[in-house]
Design a protein around this ligand. Sequence first.
Ligand code: ZN
Ligand code: ZN
Length: 157
Amino acid sequence: MVLTGGCYCGSLAYEVTPPLGPVVNCHCAFCRRIHGAAFTTAAVMPAEAFVWTPSSACPSTFETPLGNVRHFCAACASPIWNYAPYIETGVLIVGSLAQEFQPAPWLHVNTESMSPSFAIADALPRFSQWPDEATLRALCDQHPGAWVPEPLFQRSG
Ligand SMILES: [Zn+2]
Ligand SMILES: [Zn+2]
């Protein structure tokens, strides 16, 4: 079933076709700054899974220092998704989905730069940076039906 989402003000709307890949709570300084939040929940996905709906306005974009292109609403500033052209992989900002809080996160990454005023209260696996390839592949094995990125995605910033 296709998932739908968009920005707060309704200018941007999209559809994304599952399956999505690893879903992370990212605590890196970049995510905390750019989202103004303690962490960001993001789902790795194939770039071609994402399409703007015909009625959607054009997104604004920002290229990060790592070369990822962030897509967000110029009117309300909601982040939607990021595109990593060098690996043709997308990262969906889970909070932009109409089905809010779906999918659920699998793991915490970049906890080494976690906000000192935030405490993780769940039992999900935690990694100071990104897990290594073997660990991430093992996590994918625990989520049958999930999309497995090739090569395994290492960075969200
Ligand atoms: Zn908007
Ligand atoms: Zn991050």
